[in-house]
Design a protein around this ligand. Structure first.
Ligand code: FAD
Length: 468
């Protein structure tokens, strides 16, 4: 690339073709904008599609089917021992990812969105250069550069797994150490445990799944403990060394340091925003101390004409937030009166049982001194959950003690990921407990969990006795 070589012009340039970027591009094109996407990977879809949400859920589904088959003997149905065909598992996951990436490429074609491959950097406030080639002058630019896995310092040469390697299922190791007990570590750890590895999870903090209320975590942890070889909280990996085919790992726990040997080590200690090496110094944009790009509710950065969405911005690093912001940013660029002002962004952990929450959590309510009333209903009292043999979970709703406005909700149990959508809509619509209760829910379904929790919250419980 020659500095000063002629630049092509684009009305809207989106940097990054992940869930935030591709959604912003499609929505902007459907609003009549001329859109160009710059993506450094060979495929569209970003972390979520290529090495995150989608492949992980395909693997989780396979493991859950095996688990359900094993559990079926409780209902009087017995299956033979499952056989895992790793090549088949890999091929299925890759075909799911392949179909979805092709789907995005097809939608781009239909919307007339051009893709330029390569790494983009700012050359000026209105100019990007793409590594090895073009200069692109833009009117509007959306930064949707996402995030990458954080790594353990000094571990680059050790060949440790990140989510990327783990999701390719290169092998089923005899023993696996998962460093980090957040949702990614726990989901992937349980996949490998289901496939036959002896999995140990090490978490530095006192609890797994930081951010989730302890009563939810307790249910997940109890179930996970039956499947994992070990869960060590308040534990720290002090040293990792490659030894033969495996790893020697020193773990500090309860004041003692012990050395263990593992076949593989998966590191999932969080994610970092991709804001480095973008040439931001050529603009007015200054990432915060953690590397996130600050934006306002219209997703505008400090540089007029440049917007940012998704994992590179402060907030929950989740695909559905990135996608929702992608739609808003396109509408803002098109001059619509749009803003990203979600009252509730659901969080889901696809463990077995699943756990999902939305809006205010009890932990946050306590920390922020917000008074809440909590209504909780156990799955053990729900007909559908009993019929499924899945009575370990519960639902809870948090409401304003005065107005009865729904402020938050959580579900732990099967299909929590789907059930939480109703509560999210209710919070967005400003629903009260009465509104949830007056909505007729189909019977017998797991959706009744939230209805029953609302009834408990309103002092109108029917299916459990709550002392007044
Ligand atoms: P990304 O998906 O990170 O995409 C950014 C894109 O920008 C990438 O393709 C990258 O190559 C490209 N790029 C970056 N810099 C440049 C540049 N300078 N030039 C050109 N291209 C560039 N979220 C959920 O909501 N639900 C889940 O179940 C879930 N599961 C997950 C499981 C795992 C194992 C992981 C790792 C993540 C998971 N996530 C999940 C999180 C989710 O993947 C992210 O929140 C989401 O991908 C963020 O989307 P994004 O568009 O902001 O960025």
């Amino acid at each position: 690339m020659v500095m000063g070589s002629p630049a092509r012009e684009a009305e809207v340039v989106v940097v990054g073709g992940g869930p935030g970027g591709y959604v912003a591009a499609i929505r902007a094109a459907s609003l009549g904008k001329d859109v160009l996407v710059i993506e450094e990977r060979a495929e569209l879809g970003g972390v979520c599609l290529l090495e995150g949400c989608i492949p992980s859920k395909a693997l989780i589904n396979a493991v859950e089917v095996m688990h359900a088959a094993a559990e079926a003997k409780r209902f009087g149905v017995t299956f033979g021992a499952p056989k895992v065909d790793v090549a088949g598992l890999r091929a299925f996951t890759q075909s799911v990812v392949g179909d979805l990436t092709k789907g995005i490429a097809g939608l781009f074609k239909k919307h007339g969105i051009e893709v330029v491959r390569g790494r983009a950097r700012f050359e000026g406030q209105r100019m990007l250069t793409v590594e090895g080639g073009e200069r692109i002058a833009f009117k509007h630019c959306v930064l949707a550069t996402g995030s990458r896995a954080a790594t353990l310092p000094g571990s680059d040469a050790l060949g440790l797994w990140s989510n990327r390697e783990a999701l390719q299922v290169p092998e089923i190791p005899e023993t696996l150490l998962v460093v980090g007990g957040g949702y990614i570590g726990l989901e992937l750890g349980l996949v490998y445990a289901g496939l036959g590895s002896k999995v140990t999870v090490v978490e530095m903090l006192p609890n797994l799944l930081t951010g989730a209320d302890p009563d939810l975590v307790q249910v997940v942890q109890r179930a996970a403990a039956k499947k994992l070889a070990g869960i060590l909280t308040e534990a720290k990996v002090a040293r990792i060394e490659k030894k033969g085919d495996g790893y020697e790992v020193a773990i500090e726990h309860k004041g003692e340091t012990k050395t263990h040997v593992f076949s593989k080590v998966l590191v999932s200690i969080g994610r970092k925003p991709n804001s480095l090496d973008l040439g931001l110094e050529k603009t007015a944009i200054r990432p915060d101390a953690r590397g996130f790009i600050p934006v306002d509710d219209r997703l505008r950065t400090a540089e007029p004409g440049i917007y940012a969405i998704g994992d590179v911005t402060p907030g929950p690093m989740l695909a559905h937030r990135a996608q929702a912001q992608g739609k808003v940013v396109a509408e803002v660029i098109a001059g619509h009166p749009a803003a990203f002002d979600a009252r509730a962004i659901p969080a889901v952990v696809f463990t077995d049982p699943e756990v999902a929450w939305t809006g205010l959590t009890e932990t946050d309510a306590k920390a922020q001194g917000i008074p809440v009333h909590v209504g909780k209903f156990p799955a053990a009292a729900l007909g559908r959950a009993k019929g499924m043999g899945r009575t370990e979970g519960f639902a809870k709703v948090l409401s304003d003690p005065e107005t009865k406005l729904l402020l938050g909700a959580a579900v732990v149990g099967p299909h929590a990921s789907d059930l939480i959508a109703e509560a999210t809509l209710a919070i967005e619509m400003g629903a009260t407990l009465e509104d949830l209760m007056a909505t007729v829910h189909p019977h017998p379904t797991l959706s009744e969990l939230l209805l029953e929790a609302a009834e408990v919250g309103a002092g109108a419980a029917v299916h459990i006795y709550v002392k007044k």
